[in-house]
Design a protein around this ligand. Sequence first.
Ligand code: SF4
Ligand code: SF4
Length: 401
Amino acid sequence: MIKEGQHLFVEGRGPVVPYQGKYAVKVPDVFERVRARWAAAGVDTSAPYLPMRIEMELTTKCNDACPSCGMGALPLADGRTLTDGQISFLLRQFTAIGLPSIAITGGEPFTAPRALLRLISQARTAGIDISKLTTNGVWGTARRCGPEFERLEKAGFFGNALFVPLLMLSIGEQTTPLEDVARIIHHAVTHYSDRELNVAVSSLADPARRDHRMDALLAVYEAAYGAFPHERVHSTMRVYLVNERLEDQAAVHRPGTTPVAKWMDHCFDCFAPTVGAYVLPTSLLKQDGCWFSCAAFNVPDQLSFGNLLREPARTVLARANESAYVARVRAGGGLKALHGVVPAEFTQHTPCTSFCDSCALLIGQHDKATGETTGHPTTAVIPAHALLTRTRAAQTDGTPR
Ligand code: SF4
Ligand code: SF4
């Protein structure tokens, strides 16, 4: 399988080679084209932070219930899906900031099939690429697999201008039978070339055991279809990060021994325009409209800069660009930029478990040292977890709903 991180193309650091990497592009002048798009939308192209992609939570509904879900997914009866009106509204917002691409995630997008196809076809009409579609493969049954691919094709999933679309299959704690995941992979690689579709398997593992299901998937695939198409499938094999997104979900803790300073020194520049191995900068848009300036698994709350269902995208983007933290990290090429701002006493003696954990700690220290406030108090339109809590309280105390 193709390992994560290969074929990294960062703006201003050498030529871009098309059709290389998990997030392959179709043209070598992708950055020039994207900058022209931003300029045509009237966006200040010298701003420190301009998203190449917004990762959209189409729905919070999921048919599965993974114990370490980092997506804030809810049961089918409780989750919420973007309405037709919200989808159209958001796409107009994206156009107003010259956004080149979206990624579609959930919850499970295929539990909201009508909204999914509507989003794809309207994004196509708006000239916005679909860079990634993440799924647990619930639709990989013998009855659904072929027809779902046909529906995706009809909606325009394969019609991107800049990016080869990526189908990301998650098999970490998901309960989708591996036979169904294998069927989707087989259909993908036998019907579409790597110029039309990329395929990836994400097998995030439980940190307590650190095992994953990739080997089991390979065995199931080979029993059904013969040799596994290693040259076509990208792999993402990691352990789950700390997760405290939903109160019902137990946080998973990994004891950290690496000091913040070390994470800073090896940090990737998350805000530099990048394609190939990753698409950066990437934003996260929650189903309730909250917008974050990165789409990390556990993005720090302070990187929320507004709500796109309440405010114009240009206002929210301007706010992100006014953030001293974002500007410093961008100007200094990553978290190492904060060495002169956050005291070494803190960075060298505070351990944590990941780049993004160190980022969250550094934001707090940065704001303390500079007197600045990173982020914006963002009001969710209807916070689903609050609704659930209220509903449960009402059910137990008899308050009418
Ligand atoms: S399938 Fe994905 S969205 Fe659904 S519960 Fe599992 S991790 Fe969360
Ligand atoms: S280091 Fe910070 S900005 Fe970069 S991906 Fe992690 S949380 Fe986001």
